[in-house]
Design a binder for this molecule. Structure first.
Ligand SMILES: Nc1ncnc2c1ncn2[C@@H]1O[C@H](COP(=O)(O)OP(=O)(O)OP(=O)(O)O)[C@@H](O)[C@H]1O
Length: 321
């Protein structure tokens, strides 16, 4: 391997695979950098790091980086949890709907390929997406949100027993679909911190992650694992959502805390990450979700926590520029 080969590999890694046409001629190192979905700050940091790496070769006297937006895709927000059943799909669906109601052009990918629940949550069960040139068109779910789920491609109730690479390919087809004018894709990740999650993060490079946890310590420990998976891959944390936090009595509305209160918020503080909000354990949320009418589609007390969380996510998107 020559020194130039090593520099080239380093630049590919620094740019997360966004550079192409790397060439060194008469001391001038030139390349094309795809800046699609990068914030202004990320762009500056990336070009700075590339220039610094290039300066380590004495024969390079100048660096020219041509920026392009050609491959610009949607801004991906991954919604993840360390373990199943904490309400990650419920949060993803309601976040997408609440963002759409705030005017964000948003799509939803159900990447929970082993247990897809978004078709039920967004009332699109049994629908089959159309495809053109082997690229799928999303289905419009509850709240007018375009969505794609493995649940749309397999027969309901049939177990999906794919191995890693096949599962990863299936996931890519959902993400690389015809998302039209969608600017943001909410990706409901499979629970846990295994290979599929890692390859999804590496391949599709989410712009940020929302972690969902219940107040119990165990779930928080699992959440910590999910957080470190994203951190290792350099994906910024948008924040932590505490779900099933306190029980909302269906009769009087009073909230009690069978699992304790504030665990996720203090854990978020300890980890130095934003706390996005708390959603109570409420029979109304479960019934509405199971009926394909997520609370965020309407106004009212049950929509409020989701709307507040979506507002914080919207602020985060705006701050990225
Ligand atoms: N705040 C809540 N109040 C009441 N029920 C809830 C709440 N959040 C989620 N649920 C219910 O808990 C169950 C699990 O939720 P959900 O499917 O969203 O979790 P998940 O983390 O995505 O699970 P999995 O990873 O196994 O798919 C569902 O029946 C859902 O309706």
């Amino acid at each position: 391997m020559t020194e130039f080969d090593m520099l080239s590999a380093r630049i590919t890694s620094l740019s997360q695979g966004r550079t192409s046409a790397l060439r060194l001629r008469d001391g001038v190192l030139s390349m094309v950098l795809d800046i699609g979905s990068l914030s202004a700050g990320e762009r500056r940091e990336m070009t700075g790091a590339i220039e610094a790496a290039a300066r380590t070769l004495p024969e390079i006297t100048a660096v020219r980086i041509a920026e392009t937006m050609e491959k610009r895709g949607c801004t991906i927000i991954a919604v993840a949890s360390g373990k199943g059943g904490v309400g990650k799909s419920t949060v993803s669906a309601n976040l997408a709907i609440a963002l759409a109601r705030m005017g964000v052009k948003v799509g939803l990918v159900d990447a929970d390929i082993y247990g897809p629940s978004q078709p039920r949550l967004l009332a699109s069960e049994g629908q089959k997406p159309l495809a053109e040139d082997s690229k799928m068109f999303p289905i419009i779910g509850a709240g007018g949100v375009p969505m794609l789920s493995m649940g749309h491609l397999v027969e309901p109730g049939k177990a999906i027993a794919w191995r890693g690479p096949m599962a990863g390919n299936a996931l890519s087809q959902l993400v690389d679909a015809h998302w039209g004018d969608a600017e943001v894709l909410i990706v409901d990740m499979p629970p846990g911190t295994g290979d599929i999650q890692l390859s999804m993060i590496q391949k599709h490079k989410p712009a940020g992650a929302v972690i969902v946890s219940t107040p119990q310590d165990l779930a928080l420990m699992d959440a910590t694992r999910a957080i470190s998976l994203f951190e290792q891959a350099g994906v910024p944390m948008i924040g932590l959502v505490e779900n099933m936090a306190g029980y909302a009595c269906p009769h009087c509305g009073e909230v009690s805390d069978p699992f304790g209160a504030g665990g996720a918020e203090s854990a978020a503080r300890t980890m130095g990450m934003p706390f996005l909000g708390r959603i109570p354990l409420s029979i109304g949320i479960r019934l509405a979700s199971d009926a394909g009418t997520p609370p965020a589609t309407a106004d009212g007390a049950e929509a409020e926590p989701f709307t507040a969380i979506a507002a914080r996510v919207k602020d985060w998107l705006a701050a990225r520029g």
